[in-house]
Design a protein around this ligand. Structure first.
Ligand SMILES: NC(=O)C1=CN([C@@H]2O[C@H](COP(=O)(O)OP(=O)(O)OC[C@H]3O[C@@H](n4cnc5c(N)ncnc54)[C@H](O)[C@@H]3O)[C@@H](O)[C@H]2O)C=CC1
Ligand SMILES: O=C(O)C(=O)Cc1ccc(O)cc1
Length: 336
């Protein structure tokens, strides 16, 4: 497997982390003789990369795919460029995080996640199954979807929530300008539900612009939803509020529980610990020596001399379970 990046620093990190066998600054060199080419650049750079690739003498039968978060624009570009012996199959692994760069790479990232493929009708079944077989190594579940429908669905379940998270954080940030207590008290749950607001600004600029029409329509619907809450409050309509929560509870209760989705869930453990100096380091070391990957840790109540509750967040359920077992055995009170 050959990695290509335009940044020399990334090449060393790819090799050091064992993500690729060889790395090069030359796209031509990386693409020559490839059976599969994965484009993992921001959505706004996909077209320029596709154009460069289609102008090269690629291996006949080569499959080009991408991992971009929108699928309609790249599908349209590939349709325009199409060549008989080169097959483009758009892809979107629906897992990831707010982190970026090769240092965020993980072999388990796509395990049990949905991986959407959006082949155009003229892609031969033989080529589609070759890509499917390769992706089987990620242990993701492949789902075949039309690119336009993909953008509508992912717009609603991933892109719109990112906009809402950013708008919510920015609204509170503006209030905080007048009274710094907003930031202090926004610890905990507010931080959790707005995690995705920390996503990479340039990656998300491209995603939102690429899915602009879908998002404009979704945002108008969002305005209506918020407008209806304004109406309920203005009319002091308690029954309407109850019904809105009940409808949401019902639909949310039907969501698949422990499955990776377009927005990654974290698996949390809570431990009763005294808030003493060094406690965070002590627990992190315990988990580190057992190679248990921790995503985040936080003391929720941190007044001096009062027992604190520490929250440990894991990206993998298995890591959370191993951590619980180990910390239990050390005598900590651990809650899921
Ligand atoms: N972050 C996530 O969780 C997910 C991201 N995606 C998609 O994956 C793609 C890559 O995103 P991430 O891996 O998050 O970002 P990343 O920042 O880790 O990777 C982007 C790569 O593109 C390179 N790059 C940036 N600007 C470039 C330019 N002008 N020309 C050439 N290369 C350039 C960067 O050097 C970097 O190697 C995006 O299309 C994104 O929509 C898809 C699923 C999940
Ligand atoms: O941080 C998260 O949970 C994400 O939302 C990750 C993500 C980002 C972009 C995608 O197209 C899919 C998943």
């Amino acid at each position: 497997m050959i990695g290509h990046s335009h940044r020399p620093g990334s090449l060393n990190r790819m090799i050091e982390r064992g993500v690729v066998d060889a790395a090069t600054l030359s796209m031509e060199e990386a693409a020559a003789n490839a059976d599969f080419i994965f484009l993992c650049v921001p959505v706004g750079n996909l077209e320029e990369y596709l154009e460069k690739l289609y102008s090269l003498p690629l291996k006949p039968g080569c499959i080009i795919t991408d991992v971009g978060s929108t699928k309609a624009s790249v599908a349209e570009c590939a349709r325009r460029l199409s060549k008989p012996d080169i097959h483009f199959i758009g892809g979107h692994p629906m897992a990831g995080s707010e982190r970026s760069g090769v240092d965020a790479a993980s072999t388990l990232l796509f395990e049990n996640a949905y991986y959407v493929l959006t082949p155009s009708p003229d892609v031969p079944e033989e080529a589609y199954s070759r890509l499917e077989q390769l992706l089987a190594y990620t242990r993701a579940q492949i789902v075949r979807v039309d690119p336009v429908m993909h953008d509508q669905i992912v717009g609603a379940i991933s892109h719109l929530p990112h906009i809402i998270a950013v708008a919510l954080v920015n609204q509170v940030c503006d209030y905080n300008g007048t009274n710094g207590l907003y930031r202090t008290l926004a610890a905990g749950g507010f931080r959790d539900i707005t995690r995705i607001a920390s996503s990479d600004p340039l990656i998300w600029r491209d995603i939102l612009l690429s899915n602009r029409d879908v998002l404009l329509s979704l945002l108008r619907d969002w305005n209506d939803e918020i407008g209806s809450f304004i109406g309920l409050l203005e009319g002091q309509d308690g029954e309407g509020i109850r019904q809105a929560f009940e409808k949401a509870n019902l639909f949310r209760g039907e969501l698949p529980e422990r499955r990776k989705g377009a927005i990654t869930s974290l698996f949390d453990l809570y431990i009763d610990v005294p808030d003493t100096p060094g406690i965070i380091g002590q627990i992190a070391t315990e988990l580190g020596v057992r190679h248990i990957n921790l995503s985040n840790m936080q003391i929720i109540e941190s007044r001096e001399d009062v027992p604190g509750v520490m929250r440990l967040s894991f990206r993998q359920e298995a890591d959370m379970e191993r951590a619980k077992e180990h910390l239990d055995s050390l005598g900590y009170s651990v809650y899921v």
